[in-house]
Design a protein around this ligand. Structure first.
Ligand code: PLP
Length: 484
């Protein structure tokens, strides 16, 4: 009875199980509206199980998945999911993921088709962001990793010594970078990981529209130079996570030229607004950047995870990560050819065939359909902001809508700042627990905001009407509770 390999004994039975799983997955997607957006994971699923030593019939394992795992996901497929910035995925991308899983390619390098599919995807997005054909790039788990890769190259090229060989203590001494206070935490994380420390990332104040204040930026550079420090890079935002603000990238690029700074753009989701005429003028300056990182898994609806970084200086990029010992030597022909290898453009050696779900999505949807999703989400943000304003002063809009994010709050008739902040936190938790909707929260000017990030291709205006109605109702109920 002991099997020598892991293939199924009964190929017909496994085929039927696969068919059932695909059918369940399609039904799950098709009927997503009928279920709560989110529901808590049952407690027994949080309890550790002993390591399975003996096999269980795969049909039983699948049944456990269907009953106890499938219904308890994040909820981001649901049209009323607007928390953080979560893409809703798409079925063509899922198909790509299934196909990639069958092929099980390691895309660290060598000469096989997955490498060429990834290069194809990179070429498409160089075109989208106006990067030259000579620019390098790599698909990543997300923008966090993309930014870490870009800033590694920035640090290595801008340091006076050889950071890669000698370390940051000497060669990286005095390096400082810049971003606005609204910048994503992945940038400070990158500074930690690069050994520069969070304090070397100057978080410059923003203007009233939450965009990097260029005068303050210039002044901080001057102060740092006078103090003998070495400004080396800036991260500009194409869509901040709090409010969707877009920094004046053209203005930032100008200052970078004058000061020899590496310009990295965090375009995680907002970068794709470059596809829309309304935003093109402000975002086409991304082509001035030295690097840009963005996510396919957010506004482009590719299933998790899939991000990307593009870097203009391909030679510096490769030099930062190329570490191929004897067992990783290339060849002029055969499977070991295919130079350069992707493992030379990031910290990971083994890499999945992530590009296939991107390829499937872009080809099957077409960029026009994706552009329409982005456009519709921006219009929905304006619509929601109008709804909120119609309910002033019970509801209060907390930031101008620059892109696809709406921040607002419920203002109860009485209560100090802490009370009102907690009140809005509770409303959001109520929405989650009733399964009605998933916005998230953030803090704007010390005040808790209910934050709705529209990156969902399934959302309709009626969903936003229902959200506002639910918030108003929960607010009234809660006020009743609090006053008794
Ligand atoms: C989501 C996000 C990131 C981080 O991207 P991941 O794909 O989650 O690693 C960085 N910046 C912004 C603006 C984001 O929205």
């Amino acid at each position: 009875m002991v099997q020598t390999n892991l293939d199924p004994e009964d190929w017909e039975a496994i085929r039927l199980l696969y068919e059932e799983a695909v059918k369940d997955g399609l039904d799950y997607t098709r009927t997503i509206r009928e279920r709560p957006v989110w529901q808590p994971t049952p407690n027994f699923m949080k309890e550790p199980e002993p390591l399975p030593v003996n096999p269980s019939p795969v049909n039983e394992v699948y049944e456990q998945f269907r009953k106890h795992i499938l219904p308890y996901g994040v909820g981001n497929l649901h049209p009323a999911f607007w928390g953080w910035v979560h893409g809703a995925g798409n079925l063509y991308g899922v198909l790509g993921d299934i196909c990639a899983a069958f092929m099980n390619c390691n895309v660290g390098g060598r000469d096989h088709v997955a490498v060429y599919v990834e290069r194809q995807v990179l070429a498409w997005f160089r075109e989208v962001f106006g990067f030259p054909a000579s620019a390098s790039g790599i698909l990543t788990s997300g923008t966090s990793m993309g930014t870490l890769i870009a800033l590694t190259v920035a640090r290595n090229t801008q340091a006076v010594g050889n950071v890669a060989k000698d370390g940051v203590a000497e060669a990286g001494k005095g390096l400082v970078g810049y971003c606005s206070t609204e910048t994503h935490s992945s940038v400070s994380k990158a500074f930690q990981l690069l050994g520069l420390g969070e304090h070397s990332l100057r978080q410059v104040r923003t203007n009233g529209a939450f965009e990097l204040d260029l005068d303050a930026f210039k002044q901080t550079i001057e102060e740092d130079k006078s103090a003998g420090l070495r400004p080396f890079c800036v991260v500009a935002n194409a869509g901040t996570v709090n409010t969707g603000a877009i920094d004046n990238i053209e203005g930032v690029a100008e200052i970078c030229k004058q000061n020899n700074l590496w310009l990295h753009v965090d375009g995680a989701f907002g970068g794709f607004a470059i596809l829309l005429d309304e935003y093109k003028d402000r975002l086409c300056a991304i082509q001035e950047a030295d690097s840009v990182a963005f996510d396919f898994h957010k506004w482009l609806q590719v299933p998790y995870d899939a991000g990307c970084v593009l870097i203009k200086d391909a030679i510096a990029h490769r030099a930062s990560f190329s570490a191929r010992k004897d067992y990783l030597q290339g060849a002029s022909r055969g499977l070991a050819s295919g130079e350069p290898w992707f493992c030379e453009f990031g910290p990971e050696l083994s890499r999945s065939f992530r590009a296939l779900k991107v390829w499937f999505t872009i080809k099957s949807c077409g960029m026009d359909a994706l552009k329409n999703v982005i456009c519709r989400n921006c219009l929905q943000a304006l619509y929601l902001a109008r709804l909120v304003e119609e309910h002033y002063p019970t509801l209060e809009l907390m930031a101008q809508v620059s892109l696809n994010i709406v921040c607002f709050r419920y203002v109860p008739k009485k209560g100090d700042v802490d009370f009102v902040n907690d009140f809005n936190q509770q409303i959001v938790a109520d929405l989650h627990e009733t399964g009605k909707a998933v916005p998230s929260t953030t803090i704007i000017g010390g005040k808790v905001a209910i934050r709705v990030a529209l990156v969902n291709h399934r959302t309709e205006e009626a969903d936003l009407n229902r959200l506002v109605q639910s918030v108003l109702l929960l607010g009234i109920e809660r006020m009743g509770e609090e006053s008794t």
